[in-house]
Ligand binder design. Structure first.
Ligand code: ZN
Length: 417
């Protein structure tokens, strides 16, 4: 642990690396690895790419890994290498462009043309382009579509046309996943209040009247930093890919005051891809400073939103984000593994009251208790009661815990005059 800190201390300010991309020839494999370590705990694949790029430096890099991240990490890196060497990884193209016939945008790439590995000049142009507003040909949305063409971004069927809507200055069309009844809609509007004034129903979903989407500026900042890291590490063939999921939503059916209504939230599709807390750690490393609120969100993606003074981060109770043991599992309605555990622990002692903690999907921490029902020979559990307490004690990954603490320390330092 101390050694990794020392390795970091030996580096210059990591923030500076994003601005100067040294020539590959200047950067040896060991130096490239040290620079990567300066950003925090890397992914094995990132290090494997450096091994691939600098075959002469492999022994030195492996020795460095043993000293800093341990044998297990080094072994993991070496296990990925054959796949990279076979080129299976390097040749993997981002998702092909969807046909945008119904939602043409002025800066759209030619239809049907798959993104290609871009010449360095294209990446340099993107990095020099500093948008100042959401819409139009030179705004945040157009920047992100360009990043997508260059292989740094993927976007789902919903978020991709929405970016196009912003570029073209149209209402943002949010398709319905499920048809809503008028009753659902009325209830949703009542619950959502004035926030849904900008949401208009159409035959296929909702048009949302937005000129700005504050979360896009954040996504551009994050992606710029990732592209900067990639360039600093030699700019290999495989580009760091950010996956955008749900962006603007009508959300009337949810009845929630969702930041998705206002272009202030975006979901990042990591879960099910790598399903690793390292994805969040990578985001936190380059997230602009601010107040960070962590909560329990859907189980399919990571939710990131802008809120006063900072950001909201919605984590799933899956993988190594929030403790799956505490997740109140939809497959076993209103039960979780903690209840099983405390029942097992009680054994034949039926005289006491059992307690279990849980995480309710979308809602957060909850608690329940049980007493023995002798007539049915089983524990009778109360309903789950939401506690409103922080979900952070339930973070499953110690590394993610540490990364959140690091982010908060960095943000506090940035606030000092
Ligand atoms: Zn979301």
């Amino acid at each position: 642990m101390g050694e990794l800190q020392q390795e970091r201390d030996r580096q210059s300010d990591p923030a500076a690396h994003g601005h100067a991309a040294p020539q590959a020839a200047e950067v040896g494999g060991e130096l490239a690895t040290r620079r990567l370590l300066a950003f925090g705990h890397p992914q094995p694949r990132q290090v494997a790419r450096i091994l691939l790029q600098f075959p002469d430096d492999r022994l030195a890099i492996i020795a460095l890994l043993h000293r800093t991240l341990g044998n297990g990490f080094a072994t993991e890196v070496l296990s990925i290498l054959p796949e990279l060497e076979a080129g299976a990884d390097a040749g993997k193209a981002p998702d092909p462009l969807v046909t945008m016939a119904e939602t043409p945008i002025s800066s759209a790439p030619p239809q049907g043309v798959a993104p290609v590995a871009a010449p360095d000049q294209d990446v340099a142009d993107l990095r020099a382009w500093k948008p100042t507003q959401t819409g139009g040909d030179r705004g945040y949305a157009a920047w992100l579509l360009r990043a997508r063409q260059l292989g740094f971004l993927s976007a789902t069927g919903r978020s991709l046309p929405e970016l196009g809507d912003f570029v073209a200055g149209r209402m943002i069309h949010s398709p319905n996943e499920q048809p809503l009844t008028q009753e659902d809609e009325d209830a949703g509007r009542k619950a959502g209040g004035h926030k849904l004034d900008k949401v208009h129903r159409t035959p296929t979903g909702y048009d949302v009247d937005l000129k700005e989407a504050p979360i896009l500026a954040t996504i551009v900042t994050i992606l710029s930093a990732r592209i900067g890291e990639w360039a600093t590490n030699g700019g290999g063939k495989r580009r760091p890919l950010l996956r955008l999921g749900d962006f603007v939503r009508g959300d009337v059916g949810f009845g929630a005051k969702s930041p998705h209504n206002e272009g202030a939230a975006i979901d990042l599709d990591f879960v099910g891809q790598k399903n690793s807390a390292q994805d969040v750690i990578d985001i936190l490393r380059v997230l602009p400073p601010g107040r960070l609120e962590v909560f329990s969100d859907n189980n399919d993606a990571l939710h990131l939103d802008r809120r006063p003074g900072g950001f909201g981060l919605g984590l799933p109770s899956k993988g190594d984000y929030l403790s799956p043991r505490h997740a109140i599992n939809p497959d076993r309605p209103w039960r979780n593994a903690e209840q099983d555990r405390v029942e097992r622990e009680a054994g034949d002692d039926h005289g006491k009251t059992l307690h279990a903690n849980g995480l309710v999907l979308y809602k957060g921490t909850a608690t329940a208790s049980a007493t023995w029902d002798a007539s049915r020979s089983r524990w009778e559990w109360s309903k789950w009661v939401l506690t409103g307490a922080s979900v952070e004690p339930y973070l499953a990954s110690p590394a993610l815990h540490a990364a959140i603490a690091d982010y908060r320390a960095r943000s506090a330092a940035a606030r000092k005059p």
